[in-house]
Design a protein around this ligand. Sequence first.
Ligand code: FAD
Length: 450
Amino acid sequence: MYDVVVVGGGPGGYVAAIRSSQLGKKVALIEKEHLGGTCTNKGCIPTKALLTATHLYTDIITKSKKFGIKVENISYELSGILKHMNKSIVMSRKGIEYLMKKNNIDVFNGTGIIIDKNHIKVNDKILESKNLILAHGSIPAVFPPFDKIDGIWTSDDVFTMKEIPESIVIIGGGVIGVEFATFFSALGKKVFLIELADHILPFEDEDVAKEIKKALIKKGVKIYEKTRVKNVIKDDFYTVVAESENSEIEISSEKILLAVGRKPYIPQDVKELGVEIEKGVVTDDSMKTNIDNVYAIGDIRAKIMLAHVAMFEGIVAAHNIAGESMKMDYSAVPSIIFSTPEVASTGLKEKDLDPEKIIIGKFPVSANGRARTMEEREGFAKIIADRKTKKVLGFTIISPSATDMIMEGVLAVKYGLTIDEISNLIHPHPTLTETILGAFEDTENLAIHI
Ligand code: FAD
């Protein structure tokens, strides 16, 4: 008899399994493909490996001469880039395998089929458990007319490409679409990015999207916003027919990548278990479903589909199973985009707030000394605070290393720090974090370096 059986070995599932074991529980984890789930095998890790390679390539092309470094005959080999990507995946996967052993977790490789909340079948075994964690994850969303057309890529397919297309239409200008547009354009390919909403990165503020749009256009990406794809015709090439407010466009390309989001993976056995399902499996903020001792975490909930959110939900579920009381707090979730430059944001957005009740501070990367030494000038930091209390409500940064620097904003939003509390911290010089300091100072017109 197990204390906990986890179905799904993605970031939600494997973290829940480890924390449950650390809290003294006897744990089994069932995974039908590879440990690490979407994130390690078809998501976070491979995209970041690809983007790290193209980032270096771009830096060599655009900066080496300026830095006095002589590099001749610069070129790339797709096979080498993919080798680096696959190595990153395998190393991450192996790391998780090691952690499973270290924490005495029984890992079953097979499809977990839930018989009832205490019995789960895997291969020819039936596991008995006091608690069940549903961590089945998500799959790419594909819908008509795209599901009827041969050879359209989802993000899953990009990682198995043998050749790099000379031209690609990316449908969907969200995080995944923008990251792949960054990748293909860095290799000199023709990229067309189509977004239905008013601007790319629709969850970010307009000024943030504009900055990234500018950077992508500079790299040759053609961006169509407020544009709906009506039809796709497949010949030797694909022809994408799309309409915007007052015109119809046709784009011809070698490949199409559909990046319009993901949907939770909810197989029949989960439906039959009787858990409440809306868009995804419904839980309270302790990660409990409507059925006692059944928890759900990560993308299967169809809420914030991010690896670090899935991991934290796994931790919360484990502590509640262990008899403690822990709740999720989504007020300061960092959202990150590995574009060039990177984007990271947390907390509330300007577009969702009453302008009368907030103050905003901004500071450009172009005025940051460290950025100058790196030949970087795109981006800015933006801080939003409550006009009365001066508490930080939201924070966005567009900069090299923004995805690492966001943690200062996360701390400020999560713990309700005030502008003064951050402005009074000594930021090291010369570092990119001074862009953040500048934005805080700017809320009171006290920025020194601009
Ligand atoms: P998953 O990672 O999807 O794992 C679920 C696992 O369950 C899978 O391995 C699946 O095989 C297994 N499974 C399903 N059903 C069964 C069953 N019946 N029996 C056994 N096993 C089963 N997030 C970030 O935070 N940062 C990023 O940079 C980032 N980049 C991304 C890039 C791309 C291209 C994509 C597609 C996603 C990216 N994400 C990123 C999102 C992130 O990958 C997901 O939010 C995260 O993987 C969700 O974790 P999960 O544990 O809920 O599910």
